[in-house]
Design a protein around this ligand. Structure first.
Ligand code: ZN
Length: 247
């Protein structure tokens, strides 16, 4: 039986699947993996959260990178993998997507926003660090590029930062709790494009297994959890998912 057929069979037997996506999902949409050799962080030093808060120069540099699209996600489009996951959610098969990606592509592919749990936030908008008010990048762009205004909150004057989780910033508690609850309730846990090396990525598939879920892993490289999985596929995500979940 082909990998796609075996994945389709696992999905058919599941009532409540959870999908976990990492950088490999986004690289298939042309977004560079910032941790890989040649990735963004090998060319540019990441700006830690404490620097962003303490230094105007760091904030200026952070915003320069945002509007210069240094991370490469502006204009990227969802791929066949994103659309297949969205179809499974529409069928009621997938209860949630837990993602480490900040590129908004799951929501763009048609996943309902409330079913996408973003562990590392979302780079598509900004929030005030003081009051939490959402700010759209389009509203901040002109002030920054035209008048060199470093974004600040229109309500309270607080510091405004893209809604991503920076190095040195703690993981969002609400998202982590929701991700854990969904993982515990899942009867099938599907990993797409994560090497499962770094916490918390590695913890979720283990938690799912402990609670009786089957585990499927689709990733180009082997992962440390491959021996515990019910299905392991070392290949690109889009073609496998498109074949397992036909439109
Ligand atoms: Zn504010």
């Amino acid at each position: 039986m082909s990998h796609a057929a075996r994945l389709a069979e696992l999905i058919a037997r599941a009532c409540r699947a959870v999908v976990f996506t990492g950088a490999g999902m986004s690289t298939e949409s042309g977004i560079p993996d910032f941790r890989s050799p040649g990735g963004v962080w090998s060319r540019m030093k990441p700006i830690h959260f404490s620097e962003f808060v303490a230094s105007e120069a760091a904030r200026r540099e952070a915003w320069r990178r945002v509007f210069a699209n240094e991370s490469g996600w502006v204009g990227a489009k969802p791929n066949a993998g994103h659309f297949a996951v969205a179809r499974l959610a529409a069928e009621g098969k997938v209860s949630a997507v837990i993602t480490q990606n900040v590129d908004n592509l799951h929501i763009e592919s048609g996943m309902p926003e409330e079913r996408v749990i973003e562990l590392h936030g979302n780079a598509g908008y900004a929030t005030c660090l003081a009051c939490g008010l959402r700010h759209e990048l389009a509203d901040l762009r002109q002030g920054f590029l035209g008048r060199d205004e470093i974004p600040s909150c229109r309500e309270c004057g607080g510091l405004v930062k893209t809604a991503t989780i920076s190095f040195g910033q703690s993981m969002p508690g609400g998202a982590m709790r929701r991700a854990e609850a969904e993982t515990r309730a899942a009867d099938l846990f599907i990993v797409l494009g994560s090497s499962l090396v770094v916490y918390p990525a590695a913890a979720f598939p283990r938690l799912a297994k402990e609670h009786g879920a089957r585990l499927a892993i689709v990733n180009r490289e082997p992962t440390p959890l491959d021996p515990e999985a019910d299905l392991v596929v070392h290949a690109e995500i889009g073609p496998i998912l498109a074949a397992a979940v036909p439109a």
